[in-house]
Design a protein around this ligand. Structure first.
Ligand SMILES: Cc1ncc(COP(=O)(O)O)c(C=O)c1O
Length: 393
């Protein structure tokens, strides 16, 4: 035991305040307690058959060695084609695309490549939990701008006040995890004005671009003329194609920035899995009907879970996109969200994520929990049956 204490001195100061990801910890606890896992964001239904066949074929055809570090040409071409198809944008596959191990690597590689010690980065709160450790590792300090319910809007004056001479970038995630917010054109324009005034980058995580409800439309910041030259767009196959385990994502950025991102990416991971990049060509070429039915299917799941939760006594913030629902738990009389989630996973048998894990100040999430609805209806039913045992406090 003494040895355990003494080896601590070898721990990097960089990770001093790191803790296990709350989301992934909840998945671990759900497995341990045999709970229905509505915590982590991944589907429990099969990935599309044609994608699985394409991946199997790529392996059988012996695409099994290192890829070109920034991505195989056919996949980079397919990425650019999809930006033309969905946003009418010309992206240069040779100079503006870096294929990474998921959006996760895309974000950390970008921040390491583009930020310096002492820089500030603006993050909208509540936020996807990786942005804090990513910023820490890059040496930047986060300035938070709150998104306020019920619509999870920011206040323009709070956004403006967050900028100063050290601000280097704004991270935006739309459609948003955990709130389901979809940033409007007016909001993106307000953001663009601030970024131009202060000469900042917009780093946007758009992995839920095709999971969007109620006729809302995703506006890619890179498609707004003035942001074309200052946007770093991060995306992935994970959510759109139900293949979170494939670990294939990409970053689109102007050539000079791409050149830096590619260097970091090369030394971090060399490349993303070659056969899955080949299958990614099939994925991005799926017909329009695939993308339309994705939103339709998830909207039905959203409505189904919200119906179940509201009947039980949760007050739901109905999302406009992504596949999570944030709920107010005040009706159940628990001390806080962490105690509530512990009770849920250990005694009720359902995994959820405590709302506080999405806030810098945990107090702001004390009455909130997040459920994921990327699940079969039977799974949502099973969760509902267990949750109906909750008693109001
Ligand atoms: C907003 C957001 N970004 C990134 C990721 C991770 O993406 P990937 O699987 O491509 O690494 C997630 C996963 O839940 C997410 O919600």
């Amino acid at each position: 035991m003494a040895q355990t204490t003494s080896v601590r001195r070898f721990q990097s100061a960089r990770i001093g305040e790191f803790r296990e990801s709350v989301i992934r910890e909840m998945t671990r606890l759900a497995l341990k307690h045999g709970a229905v896992n509505l915590a982590q964001g991944f589907p429990d239904f099969p990935a599309p058959a044609e994608l699985k066949a394409a991946a199997q074929k790529a392996i059988a055809d012996d695409f099994n060695q290192y890829p070109i570090t920034w991505g195989i040409k056919p996949f980079r071409d397919a990425i650019c084609k999809s930006y033309k198809r969905f946003y009418n944008l010309e992206i240069d596959p040779e100079r503006e695309v870096t294929v990474c191990c998921g959006a996760t690597e895309g974000m950390i590689a970008s921040l390491l490549a583009l930020l310096n010690q002492g820089d500030e980065v603006i993050v909208f709160e509540p936020f996807y939990e990786n942005y804090w450790p990513d910023s820490q590792l890059s040496g930047a300090t986060i300035k938070y701008v709150r998104l306020y319910p019920p619509d999870w809007d920011f206040l323009k004056e709070e956004l403006k006040a967050a900028f100063n001479s050290r601000t280097r970038a704004v991270i935006i995630n739309s459609p948003n995890n955990p709130t389901g917010k979809v940033f409007s054109l007016a909001q993106l324009k307000a953001l663009a004005d601030c970024c131009e005034e202060h000469d900042c980058l917009v780093i946007c995580d758009e992995i839920y671009e095709h999971i969007i409800f109620d006729g809302e439309k995703h506006i890619a910041p890179i498609s707004l003329g003035s942001l074309r030259e200052r946007t770093v767009a991060i995306n992935s196959l994970s959510k759109t194609f139900s293949v979170t385990g494939w670990r294939v994502g990409w970053v689109i950025a102007p050539p000079e920035l791409t050149s830096s991102i590619r260097k970091v990416h090369d030394f971090l991971t060399v490349g993303a899995a070659t056969p899955f990049q080949h299958a990614g060509v099939t994925a991005l070429g799926m017909p329009d009907s695939y993308f339309a039915s994705l939103s339709g299917t998830y909207q039905a799941k959203r409505d189904y879970l919200v119906g179940i939760l509201e009947k039980i006594g949760f007050r739901c913030h109905v999302p406009k996109g992504a596949y999570y629902v944030m709920c107010d738990i005040s009706a159940f009389g628990f001390a806080d969200d962490v105690a509530f989630c512990q009770h849920l996973v250990e005694d009720i048998g359902v995994g959820a994520v405590p709302g506080s894990s999405f806030f810098a100040d945990p107090e702001h999430g004390r009455n909130l929990v997040r459920f994921c609805f990327a699940k079969k209806l039977q799974t949502l039913d099973a969760a509902g049956e267990r949750l109906s045992k909750l008693t109001k406090g």
